[in-house]
Ligand binder design. Structure first.
Ligand SMILES: [Zn+2]
Length: 232
């Protein structure tokens, strides 16, 4: 079982969990890089989240970012980056998020790395930003329509499902996921500490949707991630 997106922060206890880690501040980034470096089943993405663009500059991590750094710390992508228009309500701050996002897409282009995207009420702008991006990645916390999902799929992105898929009112999302197809789907906890039960539940829900056993499902989602993030 692999967690496509999480923010685990306890360095010692989590070496058994396969996951792609994402930082949430500069201090956590240090811990995360160590975890990814020391555990062969853990990888990480580095980036400036749209909530943090005023407190942290891309240049802070960009200055240490090079091929050797990427290799040594098992960095497999740029993220969590994106647009959040609930967090930024005014057009001026939305535009600031876009500038920071585009700067990071540039870094990803330069190092040929996929993206891990965060998007809240901003799909049109985000889809425009990644229109010609050639290395794909993940849209995390997917819960939108079939049409929006397919726009990301067309651009080479996987759709990552969080706990929302387990909600009793998630029937519409389940139909969307089934239509999109398992070859474009991965599963995430988005948690700060180990969340095996959430992941288990999501895999069980997917097993019902696709009428597959858990092992087969895990194999497919793992392959999706391995391919997009060149994990092994
Ligand atoms: Zn997250």
């Amino acid at each position: 079982m692999i967690d496509a997106h999480c923010h685990f922060q306890a360095e010692d206890s989590l070496s058994e969990v396969s996951c792609i880690l994402s930082d949430f501040d500069a201090k956590h980034r240090e811990t995360m890089l160590k975890m990814a470096k020391n555990n062969e089943n853990q990888w990480c993405v580095v980036g400036t989240h749209p909530w943090r663009i005023d407190s942290e500059r891309v240049s802070e991590w960009r200055s240490t970012f090079n091929a050797a750094f990427i290799e040594e710390h098992a960095v497999v992508g740029i993220g969590e980056i994106g647009l959040d228009y609930i967090f930024a309500k005014e057009r001026a701050s939305q535009e600031r998020q876009m500038v920071v996002l585009e700067d990071q897409i540039q870094v990803a282009q330069e190092f040929e790395l996929p993206l891990l995207l965060h998007c809240v009420r901003a799909h049109q702008d985000l889809l425009r930003c990644v229109k010609d991006f050639p290395f794909g990645g993940i849209l995390h916390g997917f819960r939108s329509s079939y049409e929006i999902g397919m726009e990301y799929v067309k651009r080479g992105f996987l759709l990552s499902l969080g706990a929302a898929i387990n909600h009793e009112k998630a029937n519409k999302l389940k139909v969307v996921v089934q239509r999109i197809g398992l070859e474009h789907i991965v599963v995430e906890s988005d948690a700060k500490s180990e969340a095996t039960s959430t992941l288990d539940k999501s895999y069980q829900t997917l097993a019902q949707i696709f009428k597959l056993d858990i092992e087969a499902l895990e194999g497919i989602t793992e392959k999706n991630l391995e391919k997009t993030f060149r994990l092994r």
